[in-house]
Design a binder for this molecule. Structure first.
Ligand code: NAD
Ligand code: HSO
Ligand code: ZN
Length: 442
């Protein structure tokens, strides 16, 4: 176990944004699939260009090549959607998650304002986007919860049309829980397309897949790169990619719970677990727990979690909780879990994170499903400047300017002065034409 401290820990938790780190396993799969050592960016560029040029046929070909099934019908039929069934217990859990996420976002202030006064009217109109694409990851696990945690805030924002894309399994089907959740949400358009090709389809539109105004939802490296590349042609909400969790724990924390929370996210392939503790004894005990709990996991989860732990886990000994929080803000994790005495007391010191999970009863895995806030959160250090998915992501603001004539007379001359300082004579004249009476007819 390598324990990092001080400046070494700071360096290890400082992200470099110039290049997204690519796991060796991903590079190996690219070489196997494409027969040459391409970068993920080159792969995504090729896929996007092909989707733009050949539309549905490109979607079928890439899905066949990458997901092992070439679908004739890209859209899940109404009959398939209606027929999907899941166990009653799971169905009830889906309903509970929808209810709780909806109740949470209904509390988010997301309205505009109008200042009506002696100056006239100044304000903001808030309008929902017309059509949103929701990406639901499905490469390794069919993330039904991600559909709920992305689509519900969009619905609360008032978006009338939501289109879902998700990779099919090798027999071409979409997991029934995703279809049932879509049905519960009143979503009728689901497409069996994943990866960069799905992002291209939603951005450019094809004969089958409608182009959207904004694409939301997390995914693997290929999905994240594709979202970055199509931004501008279409909106994106943020860049939620491979998950990461930073646990801050003191000597009061249970090593069993700390290890369990780290492994819960480590089982997302490509995840980055980080443990920062003020107690060396706890670090040692967590290591023992990690070994035991990893051994007890079933396959393939054990291999995925072991890969995250062995390849990317960082273990840090902090001088005190103030330094632990400072290091956490430097790293800006997707999830920050506080497993300390009186963890609520630490909230004031939290500066950068997608979400903060306060205390033993608020494990991040609960937040993944039914706590309320969306689990779609910024990763890779983008929590420095981005937020979890929320209602505002699905709205635009329209500024309203409706001043009275008296106001114009008072503030107009200053505007004309500024226009001339910028060398923009027509601007100045447009203002002054309203300030001076029109010339008398000859
Ligand atoms: N940050 C968040 O809020 C959040 C939430 C949920 C999930 N996630 C993350 O989403 C990710 C889901 O990843 P996933 O892989 O299971 O599903 P995914 O749906 O994101 O990706 C699967 C797709 O990737 C493409 N792909 C795979 N290998 C490829 C290759 N070599 N070349 C080109 N394309 C390739 C395929 O088209 C496939 O359909 C995980 O990393 C998870 O941590 C993040
Ligand atoms: N923890 C993942 C990234 O935040 C989301 C997720 C979905 N299902 C389970 N976990
Ligand atoms: Zn998770």
């Amino acid at each position: 176990m390598q324990v990092l401290q001080g400046d070494v820990a700071r360096a290890a938790l400082t992200r470099t944004f110039a290049k997204i780190p690519v796991p060796q396993s991903v590079l190996a799969r690219i070489e196997q699939t494409f027969g040459e050592p391409l970068t993920p960016e080159e792969v995504v560029s090729r896929i996007l260009a092909d989707v733009r040029a050949r539309g549905d046929d490109a979607l079928r070909d890439w899905t066949g090549r990458l997901d092992g099934h070439r679908p004739e019908a890209l859209e899940v039929s109404g009959g398939e959607l209606e027929a999907a069934q899941i166990e009653p217990e799971l169905h009830e859990a889906v309903r509970l998650a929808i209810r709780r996420v909806r109740a949470f976002y209904e509390e988010q202030p997301a309205h505009g304002f109008m200042q009506e006064g002696p100056e006239g009217t100044l304000g903001q109109l808030v309008r929902p986007l017309s059509r949103v694409g929701v990406y639901v990851p499905g490469g390794l696990a069919p993330l039904v919860s991600t559909l709920i945690h992305t689509a519900v805030p969009a619905q609360v924002a008032g978006v009338p049309e939501i289109v879902v894309t998700t990779p099919p399994s090798r027999d071409g089907t979409v997991h029934p829980a995703i279809l049932v959740a879509a049905r519960e949400l009143g979503i009728t358009r689901v497409f069996r397309v994943g990866g960069a090709q799905a992002i291209g389809a939603l951005a450019y539109g094809t004969a089958s897949v409608p182009g959207v105004d904004k694409i939301a939802g997390p995914g693997n490296l290929f999905v994240v790169i594709a979202k970055r590349m199509v931004f501008g042609a279409v909106g994106i909400e943020s860049l939620p990619g491979p998950t990461e969790t930073l646990v801050v724990a003191d000597d009061s924390a249970s090593p069993r719970f700390v290890a369990a929370d780290l492994l819960a996210q480590a089982e997302h392939l490509g995840a980055e677990p980080v443990l920062v503790s003020t107690s060396r004894e706890l670090l040692i005990e967590v290591q023992t727990q990690l070994d035991a709990q990893l051994e007890a996991l079933p396959e393939p989860n054990r291999s995925w979690a072991r890969d995250s732990v062995l390849s990317r886990m960082k273990i840090v000994l902090a001088a005190d909780l103030a330094e632990a929080l400072d290091l956490s803000s430097l790293y800006a994790p997707e999830h920050l879990c506080l497993l300390t005495r009186d963890p609520g007391r630490l909230l004031d010191g939290v500066r950068r994170a997608g979400g903060v999970f306060v205390g033993e009863a608020s494990m991040e895995a609960l937040g993944d499903y039914v706590a309320g806030p969306s689990h779609v959160m910024p990763t890779g250090g983008t929590a420095r400047f981005m937020s979890p998915v929320n209602v505002r992501d699905f709205q635009t603001i329209i500024s309203v300017v409706g001043v009275r004539e008296e106001t114009l007379r008072r503030i107009g001359p200053a505007a004309a002065v500024l226009a001339r300082a910028e060398g923009l004579e027509a601007h100045a004249r447009a203002i002054e034409s309203r300030l001076t009476p029109p010339p008398a007819p000859a």
